[in-house]
Design a protein around this ligand. Structure first.
Ligand SMILES: Nc1nc2c(c(=O)[nH]1)N[C@H]1C(S)=C(S)[C@@H](COP(=O)(O)O)O[C@H]1N2
Ligand SMILES: [Mo]
Length: 315
């Protein structure tokens, strides 16, 4: 995500340069040869990156043929504004976050509001591995082997009332540990929202890990949303509150720039961002750009949610 216009241009230039430099270094170093192995498609759970292992069952229902992005890229090139506005700070700064103990408040239009403890969440839900694309609104994308479970399972437990039309999510507000929250780059806490049917869609998961291990802090430990057909910013990290409501939530990004970031934020090559086209994207690790797919390639699973809606109006 990007801030103001001038910072923006700067941020994307820095990003391109960093990728280029890194690539150049890679091409000319002896590490290049060894790293070729990591370019081969990895289709099995791979543990052993130093984090706490987490057992899971593979769910191949949504499998895609894309090559996985490396663990190194997934965990060192992040957007997590609570820990800084550049891509490289979260990997370092997020280590200050206390993620245990952790609990999530369930509130609003539900029959069973209350506090859920992270240990109980992990005990109650079978963890699956699912490989999903993630497309950032900034025109880069990754392929990530998540560990998680369908959000629908947690929602059903909470027993939403008939007034629960939307779900609002909130990230932790703890400026003592989240150094980025000392600056008002966004209106903290970070807020996101989904329509209840989007939240219940089988593709929508709460992630608790990646690459066979507990979620690294920079990727949103201990619990984050993953909504693969929407721009990356909808996939809110380090969730502490899930609130059910009859009103459309106003997300932090919509609040900061309503003409740029709408409630839906579905990946759509036909709907330009006011300042750039969304037709192409750079898969992190690739040199050439590729075409962006409608709903990030998940149209078959989710297009029905938007039948009859003008996607340019409801962007
Ligand atoms: N709380 C919070 N969640 C967040 C963000 C953030 O700044 N704060 N950034 C979003 C954006 S813009 C993207 S692209 C994804 C990045 O997820 P990743 O770092 O795991 O790839 O997280 C999203 N979730
Ligand atoms: Mo993003």
């Amino acid at each position: 995500m990007l801030l103001k216009k001038t910072t923006d241009i700067l941020a994307s230039e820095i990003t391109d340069k960093a990728i280029y430099e890194e690539r150049r270094k890679f091409m000319t170093s002896s590490a290049g040869l060894a790293a070729v192995a990591s370019l081969l498609p990895l289709r099995d759970s791979i543990a052993g990156y130093g984090g706490k292992p987490l057992s899971s069952t593979k769910n191949t229902q949504f499998d895609i043929a894309d090559t996985l992005t490396s663990y190194d890229k997934i965990t060192n090139y992040n957007n997590f504004y609570e820990f800084g506005t550049d891509k490289y700070s979260p990997a370092k700064n997020a280590q200050a976050l206390t993620t245990d103990p952790w609990s999530v408040e369930i509130s609003g239009e539900v029959e069973k509001p209350g506090m859920l403890h992270m240990e109980d969440i992990l005990k109650q839900h079978a963890i699956e591995e699912r490989i999903y694309r993630l497309r950032c609104v900034e025109r880069w994308s990754m392929v990530i082997p998540w560990l998680g479970f369908p959000l629908a399972k947690l929602i059903k437990q909470a027993r939403p009332t008939s007034k629960a039309k939307y779900v609002q999510f909130e990230t932790l507000y703890r400026p003592g540990e989240m150094n980025g929250q000392k600056r008002r780059v966004l209106d903290w806490p970070y807020i996101e929202g989904l329509r209840i049917d989007e939240a219940m869609n089988p593709l929508t998961i709460l992630a608790v890990g990646l690459y066979g291990e507990v979620l690294p802090k920079q990727n949103g430990a201990p619990l984050r949303l993953v909504v693969p057909w929407k721009y990356g910013f909808k996939s809110i990290k380090s969730i502490v509150k899930i609130h059910f409501t009859d009103k459309e939530p106003v997300s932090s990004w919509t609040k900061s720039a309503p003409n740029e970031y709408g409630f839906y934020s579905n990946v759509n090559p036909e709907v330009d961002h006011p300042r750039w086209s969304q037709r192409k994207e750079r898969r992190i690790g690739d040199f050439l750009k590729r075409d962006t797919l409608l709903f990030n390639g998940y149209a078959e699973q989710v297009a029905h949610l938007y039948t009859g809606m003008d996607l340019k109006k409801y962007f």
